[in-house]
Structure formats: structure tokens, C-alpha cells
Design a protein around this ligand. Structure first.
Ligand SMILES: [Zn+2]
Length: 279
């Protein structure tokens, strides 16, 4: 009975005026509450990429506003899923070179990574080693005959299935990358993988890629400006370790150090685990 009454009432109401599809009047857009919230959040996120203030930047790395993507699960070559950053529980980073890579390049890269870990005070062990047997197999697959360069994504997917998340790796290779071809190194925190080109691998590159490996996936030109830090207004005028292009100064900027420290403090809060060395 209820249904019949409702229909009768609906018929007695005048039909609403048609709304042109291009209307921007919020009343006409008829956005649901959830859509409105999504638009608001997207706007705040977009703005946070352009400008920030020091307390928001620090808090944003802790909660994690700036780094939530890194905590998402990651898929291996087989389609199996792994928790993002699961390798951090093992507190180990293996550093090795592909067959034929000079020991010096590996040593210097490992040295840069160690410097960074010491500076941050993290409880993380850097182990220079020979390539694990499964890594030799994965390397052979990626840089086999006929391959134009080093396919980082393919290597990452293979490594996830071969080693799981027992440890992270920094690998020095001969080849340049297939994508992007100009990169000297590529690193991702989520699978715990960093790959460096041998002819560029040194202390600085090890430290720069190490910062990406440890979670700072930004460069120091993004956000454009963070109020509260003493730095050049124009990103191109910044001379710090974490600029995209090579710099003369190899020190972490205050913004990069704060981001990394807060990222790891946030991990400690969420996981109830200790990642910093006991003082
Ligand atoms: Zn970089």
C-alpha cells in the first residue's frame, strides 16, 4: 500500500526544471556528501604539493599524509601481494654489484648509505656482499641478450618473488635504465630496492638513493615552498643532496631530514616497533 501512495504523490508534484549539464551551481550539481568530501580532500592534497608549512610538513610525514602511497601493498611478478615496506622489520640492506661491477663502486655506494643511516640514527644494518644466487638469476633475466637496458620495474617484481621482504637491496649495475633513460639511480621504499648505475655510483649517489630507499620519495623542489625552512625561494637555486639533478652540496636539507625522521617516527607509532638506535 505504501508504494501505491508514494506513486500517487509523486504524480501530483510538478516536474523539476531541467538542469543544463554544464551548470556549476553547487545546488544543481547534486553532489553527494561523499563526493564533496572527496573533492575537498583532493584539493587539500593538490595544494599540499605546492606549498606547506614546517609543522604540517613534519606532521604530514608522521601520519602519513605525504607518504601514504608507500605503505600500500605491492605485487610481485607472480601476482602475489606483499605488505609495503615489510622489509624494514628485518633491518637489513644488502649492497652488491652485478657480475663484473667494480668493488669500489659498491663500497662507495654502501658508504653513502651508511653515512645517511648514521646521520638519521636508524637501527639498520648495511651489508656489502656478493649477489645472492636468486639475484644472479633475476639479473640475468633482466639484462639478458637483446634487452635495451635495465628494466627496474621487471627486476623489482622478480626480486619480490625471489627474496620476499627478508631484506632490502642496493644493487650496482652496468646498464642504463630503460625508463627513464637519463636516471643514474632508481629506488623505491615499498619493495626495498635501489639500483645504481656503476659509472655514476659513488658516495653521493649511494646517499641520495639511500634517502629514497628509506622513504623520502620527493626531491627538494616539491613542494615548491615550505614556510619555516631557510631555503632559496626558487627550487632551482637549492643546492642540497635531494635535488633531482646533480648538486655540489651533498648534505641533507632540513626539509628532507625532517621528512625522513618523521616518517620513521610515524612507523614506530603505528607498528609499536623501535627503528631508531637506543640513545
Ligand atoms: Zn632522486
Amino acid at each position: 500500500m505504501d508504494n501505491i501512495d508514494d506513486e500517487a504523490m509523486a504524480e501530483s508534484q510538478p516536474a523539476p526544471a531541467p538542469v543544463p549539464w554544464y551548470s556549476l551551481n553547487p545546488k544543481h550539481l547534486r553532489l553527494g556528501r561523499i563526493t564533496q568530501i572527496v573533492i575537498l580532500v583532493a584539493g587539500v592534497v593538490a595544494l599540499s604539493q605546492m606549498v606547506s608549512v614546517k609543522p604540517l610538513w613534519q606532521w604530514g610525514w608522521r601520519v602519513p599524509l605525504y607518504c601514504w602511497q608507500q605503505l600500500q601493498p605491492i605485487t610481485g611478478a607472480s601476482g602475489r601481494k606483499y605488505p609495503g615496506g615489510g622489509w624494514t622489520h628485518g633491518r637489513r640492506i644488502l649492497v652488491y654489484g652485478a657480475p663484473g661491477v667494480k668493488g669500489r663502486a659498491v663500497r662507495e655506494a654502501a658508504g653513502g648509505l651508511r653515512d645517511l643511516i648514521d646521520e638519521l640514527g636508524l637501527d639498520m644494518h648495511v651489508e656489502e656482499t656478493t649477489p645472492p644466487a636468486d639475484a644472479l638469476r633475476d639479473l640475468a633475466t633482466v639484462v639478458g641478450k637483446g634487452n635495451a637496458g635495465f628494466d627496474f620495474d621487471r627486476f623489482r617484481d622478480l626480486r619480490l618473488d625471489s627474496r620476499g621482504e627478508q631484506y632490502a637491496e642496493m644493487v650496482v649495475v652496468h646498464q642504463s635504465f630503460t625508463d627513464p633513460t637519463w636516471a643514474w639511480g632508481l629506488s623505491e621504499y615499498t619493495p626495498g630496492l635501489s639500483v645504481l648505475q656503476e659509472n655514476m655510483a659513488g658516495n653521493e649517489l649511494g646517499k641520495h638513493e639511500g634517502a629514497h630507499l628509506l622513504g623520502y620519495f620527493y626531491h627538494d623542489d616539491r613542494p615548491w615552498e615550505i614556510l619555516g625552512y631557510h631555503e632559496n625561494w626558487y627550487p632551482t637555486g637549492r643546492d642540497t643532496l635531494m635535488m633531482l639533478m646533480a648538486t655540489t652540496n651533498h648534505d641533507l636539507s632540513d626539509r628532507a631530514r625532517d621528512a625522513l625522521l618523521n616518517f620513521w617516527r610515524g612507523k614506530e607509532d603505528r607498528e609499536h616497533e623501535r627503528y631508531f638506535r637506543a640513545k
